[in-house]
Unconditional design. Structure first.
Length: 230
C-alpha cells in the first residue's frame, strides 16, 4: 500500500481527483482517501501543518492501513543557491533542525537517547522519483540532498545561514523529518519530495504565494508518475 501525505489541501486535492474506488475514512481529524492510484492500492491524506500532525498521520498509515511505502509531498524553501524556485528536492536524508538539547550536551539536531537523529530515505524510492521527475518535469532541476524540518517558517537570511552552516540542508520545511522518524521506527521505506516555492530568506513571504501553485503542479506530476512505476 502506497501512502501519500501532504500538509495542505492544495498538495493532495489533485492527487485525490485521479484516484478510483475511493473510500473516505476520518481518523484523528484527518480524511484518509483509500483507493487506487494508477491502478495500485494507495491512501492519500492531508496531515496538516507541523511535525506533530505529520508524525501522527504517518503512524496511523502504518497501524490502520498497512502502508509499506510512505511518500510525503509538499513545498519548501531552498537553502542552496543552485536550487531554484520550482525545482524538486528529493530527500537523501532528513533531520529536525529545531531539536535542541544542547543544554544536556547533545549537538543541535540530535534527539536524546535515540540511536539516530538523521533518517535516510529509501534508495529505491529516490531512484524511481528521480527518473519520474526528469520525465514529467523536464524543464526543472531535481536534486537529492538533506531536508531539514522544524515547526518554523524560515523567512530571514540569518536563520537560513544557520541551517546551512549547521546541517548543510538543501531545503527546509515543517513536516518531513517527523514522517521520516515515524517511518524509521516502524521500518517502513519513505521519501520526502519537496517542490521549491521560495528562497527561505527575506523574500520568502513575497515568493511563496506567487510560486506555490507552480511548485504544487511539479510535485503532483512527480507523485502520479511515481505511482505508475511502484
Amino acid at each position: 500500500m502506497l501512502a501519500v501525505i501532504g500538509a495542505m489541501d492544495e498538495e493532495v486535492s489533485r492527487i485525490k481527483e485521479v484516484m478510483t474506488d475511493v473510500v473516505i475514512e476520518t481518523r484523528a481529524g484527518m480524511e484518509f482517501y483509500k483507493g487506487k492510484l494508477s491502478g495500485k492500492d494507495a491512501v492519500v491524506v492531508r496531515c496538516g501543518i507541523g511535525k506533530v500532525n505529520a508524525g501522527m498521520c504517518a503512524q496511523i498509515l502504518v497501524d490502520c492501513y498497512g502502508a509499506d511505502a510512505i511518500v510525503n509531498t509538499g513545498i519548501a524553501g531552498s537553502l542552496q543557491a543552485r536550487i531554484n524556485i520550482g525545482d524538486i528536492v528529493l530527500s537523501k536524508d532528513t533531520l529536525q533542525h529545531d531539536m535542541d538539547a544542547t543544554g544536556f550536551g547533545y549537538p543541535v539536531g540530535v534527539i536524546p537517547r535515540m540511536e539516530k537523529s538523521v533518517f535516510e530515505a529509501d534508495e529505491r524510492l529516490i531512484r524511481i522519483a528521480e527518473k519520474a521527475c526528469k520525465k514529467v518535469n523536464p524543464e526543472i532541476g531535481v536534486h537529492v540532498g538533506r531536508v531539514v524540518s522544524g515547526d518554523q517558517f524560515i523567512s530571514d537570511k540569518m536563520k537560513k545561514n544557520w541551517l546551512i552552516d549547521n546541517f548543510n540542508g538543501y531545503c527546509c520545511e515543517m513536516e518531513g523529518a517527523a514522517i521520516a522518524q515515524a517511518a524509521y521506527l516502524n521500518q517502513v521505506p519513505f521519501l520526502i519530495v519537496r517542490a521549491i516555492s521560495d528562497k527561505a530568506d527575506d523574500s520568502a513571504t513575497m515568493d511563496y504565494s506567487e510560486f506555490e501553485a507552480k511548485a504544487i503542479t511539479h510535485s503532483v506530476n512527480l507523485i502520479l508518475e511515481m505511482a505508475e512505476n511502484l
